[in-house]
Design a protein around this ligand. Structure first.
Ligand code: SF4
Length: 372
């Protein structure tokens, strides 16, 4: 019987990697630059991610399939400073360059490492995906669910079609990038969410990565003008120490105090079943540390209605409430068409629509949120 690896390496699900993202080495080896591992890959072997592989001295990469497609509110990605209320057409492939024991998308991300992660690829075409996105009323097309950097060629193929159709494009990523992959993506990407999982290199090594490439990616994305939001899943006993949070938020604030920081609540998942779930007071403490570090836009996620004012957006100048939220639901929107505060005219950093058109998923969200 064919294994998942056999299925994924069949001709119709791979293609030669873009020349910008790999180079030939001696003895038929190749080096991949799609993520911060920069794997040197011997002939016949895959890289750390298991989905990009060397065949005959050429790098082959995933193409032509999705493992999942779903329309979500953009607030779920989460982007809070980019077209509030928009519908985000989200697609993912299989595999990841990290192996976080608490991954909430482990069924797709760990499909090639963990026999319990049973996901099947479905044939897909960029043009048809974008037609589907338009038919559903999406404004943004998002590569997510697995780590999109390791499947960048496929994301760009979809994003090219999305741009032609007038849609925006986004990555929801661990941020383990390289200068090469960011240069490759830059013309095609509007919004980027980075999961900054810790500020301790030792912790990152436990997850299978290093801290430095993520910090470099955050600096570079801000520098090249891609709209950037950061998420930190707060895990009790893992990354929630005051010193670590102070260092993390000081770094972000030094890059720019205008970068939104989402500090979100952990719940037990996958192999991480021992720490207790994050409490509202843990999020409030982290937010206070971030505010002290100078960050202007801090949001507490995953505990709707239990984090005081930390789901809402305020003008950093005069304090006016600009967007009121409950979970992913937009309850009030007061920005001017230019994206300014209506009270003092200070611009709110982000990407704004001329007007708030309501939230397409509102009816469905209300139903979900009202369930016990
Ligand atoms: S994407 Fe990253 S992990 Fe995968 S082969 Fe390339 S450098 Fe290695």
């Amino acid at each position: 019987m064919a294994t998942l690896r056999d299925i994924l390496t069949a001709d119709e699900r791979v293609r030669e990697g873009d020349p910008a993202l790999w180079e030939k080495l001696d003895r038929d080896r190749v080096r991949c630059y799609a993520c911060g591992h920069c794997c040197p890959i011997p002939e016949g072997q895959p890289g750390v991610c298991k989905v990009r592989f060397n065949h005959g001295g050429t790098l082959y990469v995933p193409y032509g399939y999705v493992a999942g497609v779903q329309c979500d509110p953009i607030e779920k990605k989460p982007f809070f400073h980019a077209h509030p209320g928009a519908l985000a057409y989200s697609f993912g492939m299989l595999g990841c360059d990290l192996h976080c024991s608490y991954c909430q998308n482990w069924v797709t991300s760990q499909a090639l490492r963990d026999p319990n992660a049973l996901s099947a690829p479905l044939e897909a075409d960029p043009d048809l995906l974008v037609k589907d996105a338009l038919a559903q009323g999406a404004k943004v097309v998002v590569s997510t669910y697995n780590e999109p950097l390791i499947t960048s060629e496929w994301a760009v193929a979809v994003f090219r079609q999305a741009r032609k159709a007038g849609l925006l494009t986004a990555f929801v990523s661990n941020g383990n990038g390289t200068p090469q992959v960011l240069e490759y993506l830059h013309p095609w990407i509007d919004l980027y969410k980075v999961d900054l999982k810790s500020f301790d290199d030792h912790h990152y090594r436990q997850l299978g990565g290093r801290l430095q490439p993520i910090l470099d990616t955050i600096r570079s994305l801000h520098h090249i003008g891609v709209w950037l939001e950061i998420v930190t899943l707060l895990i009790p006993g893992f990354n929630d120490g005051d010193d670590e949070l102070r260092n993390l938020t000081t770094f972000l604030s030094d890059v720019s105090p205008d970068i939104p920081w989402h500090v979100t609540a952990f719940h037990q998942d996958y192999k991480m079943t021992s720490p207790a779930d994050t409490r509202p007071e843990d999020l409030l403490r982290a937010a206070a540390i971030g505010r002290e570090a100078g960050l202007r836009y801090i949001y507490a996620g995953n505990l709707p209605g239990r984090v005081k004012d930390l789901e809402n957006t305020h003008c950093h100048q005069c304090g006016e409430m600009l967007v009121r939220r409950y979970g992913y639901l937009i309850e009030k929107y007061k920005l001017t068409p230019e994206g300014n505060c209506p009270a003092c005219h200070t611009p709110l950093p982000g990407r704004w629509s001329k007007k708030f058109d309501g939230q397409i998923a509102a009816a469905q969200l209300v139903k979900i949120l009202s369930q016990p």
